[in-house]
Design a protein around this ligand. Structure first.
Ligand code: SF4
Length: 395
């Protein structure tokens, strides 16, 4: 499929000297308007225009006075990350490649439910960092190193752009957001970019933002244990764990952060998340397990997984591996994946096998490759920070 070059809003330099309102929380926006001498309720008015109607031009925000429109135009802007390319697959999958400040590229993928209904489920996989420092051995993103954290505007902007792609030529009053589910599962480890990620998820849930149900926003972590405890306190979203191995020896190899936060600590943090005293909180976690031929896919591994998860309410999602150039692994056979799945099902777990979608645009899981310029060797700096215990739980 041909890549389609698209308009790059950053070329206009409109962010210079102006405050980007995209990504600001309701409180931050309220403060912003207070500083302009306006009432804080302007925040919710403007949020509705930005997130529900996709309007970035203050002169189109018709319930603002002419004077306020002019003032906002002078000091503020609403600028999503610049789309470098977009690709739409035959099966409805959509992928965007964003160019973020510094020149690196990050990817976002939208996967529709298979029924193809116009207003059916559409899941957007959002990136939280440019690259990733955690270097999981099966992950193409991890192989590229780490450049920087994404800002809240760059995180929520991915959802904004995805929704906009369904709004072209739709009159403002008839616009409706189409993305129904978000998974923080793209490039990067979201819990290592904690504040912008939590702020963005707050906007996803906010009734004046995207108004998504808390069950439809999922954060996926490889297991940054102290931050999992923070997350339980700070926001109510679904949790997924990139597990990929049922014992420490194998997980140390596949997901090296396991050497810092081993399975015992990870499972304890997941249980604390599920059994949180807050009755509003979620009641299970999703376990992601990539199926690697002859590495982690034996019957013995499945039985170990059953034992490991026996006291943790969990749903297990088996992910057929998507090989990338020079990948040291192969995808498990379909028969092996089903045999593995049967053991989990027979032990009472809900176990699903992820369908590979969007293959024609490299949008299947594990194919968020981007291009990361790790010129400053920040991956190494992050790894040192993690190992020196500088990623701590907030008191
Ligand atoms: S699997 Fe996730 S945590 Fe591991 S390297 Fe890839 S992006 Fe980072």
């Amino acid at each position: 499929m041909n890549k389609i070059p698209v308009f790059n809003p950053n070329e206009l330099n409109q962010t210079e000297q102006k405050t980007n309102l995209l990504g600001m929380s309701k409180d931050e926006l309220g403060e912003f308007f207070k500083n302009l001498g306006e009432k804080p309720f302007r925040a919710t008015q403007v949020m509705k225009w930005i997130y529900q109607f996709g309007v970035t031009d203050f002169y189109q925000m018709t319930n603002l006075s002419k004077k306020l429109q002019e003032k906002l135009d002078e000091v503020a802007c609403v600028v999503p990350p610049a789309v470098k390319f977009k690709q739409f697959s035959e099966d409805g999958t959509r992928k965007w490649v964003f160019e973020v400040a510094g020149g690196s590229l990050v990817e976002t993928v939208l996967i529709p439910a298979e029924d193809g209904k116009q207003f059916g489920r559409k899941t957007l996989c959002i990136s939280s960092q440019v690259g990733c420092a955690l270097d999981c051995s099966f992950c193409s993103t991890g192989k590229q190193g780490f450049e920087r954290d994404l800002k809240a505007s760059e995180i929520i902007g991915q959802l904004w752009v995805a929704n906009q792609s369904y709004m072209e030529n739709v009159p403002v009053t008839e616009r409706e957001n189409r993305v129904t589910n978000v998974v923080m599962m793209g490039m990067g480890e979201p819990l290592l970019n904690y504040e912008p990620v939590v702020a963005s998820m707050g906007l996803m849930l906010d009734d004046f933002g995207f108004g998504l149900s808390k069950r439809r926003v999922t954060l996926s972590t490889s297991g940054i244990v102290p931050k999992m405890y923070d997350l339980a306190k700070d926001i109510d979203v679904a949790l997924a764990i990139s597990l990929h191995a049922p014992n420490d020896e194998l997980r140390n190899e596949l997901v090296p952060i396991n050497k810092k936060y081993p399975l015992k600590d990870l499972i304890a943090a997941a249980k604390a998340y599920v059994y949180d005293e807050n009755p509003r909180h979620k009641k299970h976690v999703t376990i992601e397990y990539v199926m690697l031929k002859d590495v982690n896919d034996s019957d013995e591994h499945a039985h170990q997984l059953v034992k490991l998860l026996k006291d943790l309410p969990s749903k297990i999602n088996l992910i057929p591996f998507n090989p990338f150039p020079h990948a040291p692994y192969q995808r498990s056979s379909n028969n092996r994946i089903h045999a593995f799945s049967n053991i989990l099902n027979n032990a009472g777990f809900v176990c699903t096998i992820r369908q590979t979608r969007g293959d024609d645009i490299d949008a299947a899981c594990g194919q968020l490759v981007g291009q990361v310029a790790d010129k400053t060797r920040r991956a190494k700096q992050w790894q040192q920070k993690i190992w020196q215990g500088k990623i701590e739980q907030q008191k």
